[in-house]
Unconditional design. Structure first.
Length: 94
C-alpha cells in the first residue's frame, strides 16, 4: 500500500484527494485490498489439520472444493474491480 501511495504521489493525480483535502484510496489500492481479502488458497492447511484432529476419514478431501471456492471469490473480486473502474472512467470521461 505504501508503494502504491508513492506511485500516486509521483503521478500527482488530483483525483485521489477528496473535497475536504483528505486522501482517498486509488483504484490500484482498492484492487490490491480486494484481492487480498478474497484470499486465493491452494492448500487449506488449517482446515485439513482441523479435520484430521476431529477424526475425519479423508482430511484432505477439502482441497478441491476449497480451491474452487477461493478461485471463484478471486474471480468475482477481479470482475468487481474492473466493473467499478470502467464505471469510474465512463463517469469522468463525460
Amino acid at each position: 500500500m505504501e508503494e502504491l501511495a508513492k506511485l500516486e504521489a509521483e503521478r500527482g493525480t488530483p483525483g485521489y484527494v477528496s473535497a475536504d483535502g483528505k486522501r482517498v484510496a486509488s483504484n490500484e489500492m482498492c484492487t490490491f485490498l480486494i484481492l487480498n481479502i478474497s484470499s486465493l488458497q491452494l492448500i487449506p492447511v488449517n482446515m485439513i489439520a482441523y479435520r484430521s484432529q476431529y477424526g475425519s476419514v479423508n482430511p484432505a478431501g477439502i482441497i478441491a472444493p476449497a480451491i474452487v471456492a477461493t478461485a471463484v471469490s478471486t474471480g468475482v473480486a477481479i470482475v468487481y474491480c474492473k466493473v467499478k473502474d470502467r464505471n469510474r472512467l465512463q463517469r469522468y470521461s463525460r
